[in-house]
Design a binder for this molecule. Structure first.
Ligand SMILES: Nc1ncnc2c1ncn2[C@@H]1O[C@H](COP(=O)(O)OP(=O)(O)OP(=O)(O)O)[C@@H](O)[C@H]1O
Ligand SMILES: [Mg+2]
Length: 257
């Protein structure tokens, strides 16, 4: 059904990104708080993500990962604290166009085709280049289904279409909320290969995941529990801190300690 994209098509043409004027981190979050009624989803969360790395958000269900990601893009207004993306306080319309966001639940127009969805999200960020749209569809191996309405796709294909929507405008910051749920292992490996190439081009990725072999691939990890970062570092550092052999053991240690 689908064809694996060639490495050349996966990577597209690397392009230099304009440097941050003052070398600001990609993401700076300070003492972020958000309450939903009785639930305190974020309780003074602080985080810094340098440019060009993949930062993984780990943590149990309900820890606050999605809430944090939504605050980064300005979809929810925090009760307190500060969010800066590429040095600019959020929300900011110009910076918004530099962010790609893949939501945890697919947020696609079901009656529109894959291509129409990708074109729509690219246009929202001011991009109308048909090549950019085709490239991101090819990247997720959906070229053969580009004209299919989204409501005729399998679950994994919808995930792939969502990723294409997040990528088409070539964002400088990519926010991926559990991007590979339902994605088959072969394509998952290809996705991560592409994420690495994006990092090499200066794109920063913040990704939430419950998949430990994905967490292993991140440059830095933040373990979130009860709306705060409980521990942060490389996979090795988290393992050492938890006296654990595997990242899964470390996860259980932090989740239960
Ligand atoms: N819009 C909302 N209204 C009410 N409560 C909310 C809302 N969004 C999130 N919450 C609550 O905030 C807490 C954090 O939720 P969040 O979705 O950020 O968790 P998560 O870490 O992404 O979990 P998961 O791993 O299950 O995706 C949960 O208790 C959740 O029920
Ligand atoms: Mg979530």
């Amino acid at each position: 059904m689908t064809t694996a994209p060639s490495p050349a098509r996966m990577s597209g043409q690397p392009r230099p990104l304009p440097a941050n004027p003052d070398g600001a981190p990609a993401v700076e979050v300070r003492d972020l708080r958000k309450r939903f009624g009785a639930v305190e989803a974020l309780r003074g969360l602080s985080l810094t993500v340098p440019v060009g790395i993949t930062y993984g958000l780990l943590g149990p269900n309900g820890a606050g990962k999605t809430t944090l990601i939504r605050a980064l893009i300005g979809l929810i207004a925090p009760d307190a604290g500060e969010v800066r993306v590429l040095g600019v306080p959020m929300p900011d319309k110009a910076i918004l166009a530099q962010i790609g966001y893949m939501t945890q639940a697919a947020a696609l127009y079901e009656d529109l085709s894959v291509r129409q969805n990708v074109a729509f999200f690219a246009a929202m960020a001011g991009i109308r280049d048909p090549d950019a749209i085709d490239r991101s569809i090819s990247l997720v191996s959906l070229s053969e289904r580009a004209r299919s309405p989204v409501n005729t796709l399998s679950g994994g294909m919808k995930q792939r279409a969502s990723l294409a929507c997040a990528l088409a405008h070539r964002p400088r910051l990519l926010l991926l909320d559990e991007p590979t749920v339902g994605i088959d292992p072969q394509l998952r490996v290809q996705f991560w290969g592409h994420f690495r190439r994006l990092n090499a081009e200066g794109v920063t990725i913040v990704v939430s995941s419950h998949v430990m072999d994905e967490a292993e691939r991140c440059d830095r990890l933040g373990f979130i529990r009860d709306g705060r970062i409980l521990s942060e570092g490389s996979a090795d550092e988290l393992r050492q801190r938890a006296s654990a052999r595997t990242l899964e053991e470390a996860f259980l240690h932090f989740a239960e300690s």
